[in-house]
Design a protein. Structure first.
Length: 316
């Protein structure tokens, strides 16, 4: 990963990955792209930035050639909740965008990363300690695009030899950029509301476990997997990874350790709860550990401490 084109880089993952890669490999090592340009954003202002709609295959190819990149990190995608509102649009953006990016990788012989998600699982999947290789029958359009994406990336590897790699991200928690339209977003919002109001109303019901991870561990995972020895990779698209699994009462209790007056009630969203119920409680990450040394650093309390500290400063 010496010169990387990143799509969707103003989103929750991209905005932090771009800054990390610029720091590690130099300012010109990243071609940050997004469908919109946000003036004043450091991703746009501090290094190379190009406007790119991932549905524009010709422009993607031109940019990859112009900057002579060796890797594509394809992040542009609609998340689970918003995808359920407009499933046809989600299919179009998530799949056509992915095919376009894979075609650029095939034509120019580039390394390739794109994330899958815990959303790739569904009915029939063992909910606890979900194995790496298991039943994948999601009931959401997001999940359908994620399973299809995993298969497509494996196909490009076996058919064309494109070095495709991916992880199944759990809910990602971060303080730099808000997630947009996911089912696990509550686990980010709760920290903002704890600081702003001392109170949170959870749209996810008591007892609903989902896998989660703090953003520094997610960024490390991408870098580590992309630098991993290909000989050691038995799996490719995509690895189970997770930093922790919790339900709303546990994140509340963790916040209360640092903010004893924080409280929470519930107004459960039928849509979000339905999606959450179809996802696993906790993933088995053994293959990621064994094949490329996945080793997250943050547990729930360590993450809570850091989130409250960083967000407290950010929100004044
Ligand atoms: C979502 O909730 O849609 C995402 C995910 C788990 O893929 N955060």
């Amino acid at each position: 990963m010496k010169k990387v084109l990143v799509t969707g880089c103003l989103g929750q993952i991209g905005s932090e990955l771009v800054m990390r890669l610029r720091k590690d490999n130099g300012m010109d090592s990243v071609i940050a792209t997004d469908i919109r340009k946000v003036e004043g954003n450091p991703v746009v202002e501090e290094g190379i930035f190009e406007v790119l709609d991932v549905l524009d295959a010709d422009k993607m190819l031109d940019l990859a050639k112009k900057y002579e990149v060796d890797t594509i990190v394809h992040l542009a995608s609609l998340l689970s909740s918003v995808a359920e509102e407009k499933p046809q649009v989600a299919w179009h953006i998530n799949m056509t965008g992915l095919v376009n990016a894979l075609e650029v990788a095939r034509e120019l012989n580039l390394k390739f990363f794109t994330p899958s998600s815990i959303g790739c699982f569904g009915k029939g999947t063992p909910a606890d300690n979900t194995p790496q290789d298991t039943i994948q029958r999601p009931s959401t359009m997001y999940g359908v695009t994620k399973v299809s994406g995993e298969l497509l990336c494996d196909y490009y590897y076996t058919k064309y030899g494109v070095d495709t790699r991916g992880v199944r991200f759990p809910g990602l928690i971060s303080y730099e950029t808000l997630p947009g339209g996911g089912t696990t977003d509550y686990a980010v919002e709760i920290y903002y509301k704890a600081i702003e109001k001392g109170h949170y109303t959870s749209p996810i019901g008591k007892g609903t476990y989902m896998d989660m991870m703090y953003m520094p561990d997610a960024i490390d995972a991408i870098v580590k997997l992309m630098n991993a020895d290909p000989e050691k990779l038995v799996h490719r698209n995509a690895f189970n990874i997770s930093g922790m699994s919790f339900e709303p009462e546990e994140i509340k209790a963790s916040i209360q350790k640092y903010m004893p007056d924080f409280d929470m009630d519930y107004d459960v969203s039928e849509k979000l709860q339905g999606i959450a119920n179809s996802w696993p409680n906790s993933l088995d990450t053994t293959c990621a550990q064994e094949e490329w040394g996945f080793a997250p650093q943050y547990d729930l309390d360590a993450m809570t401490k850091d989130m409250l500290d960083k967000l407290g400063k950010k929100l004044g």
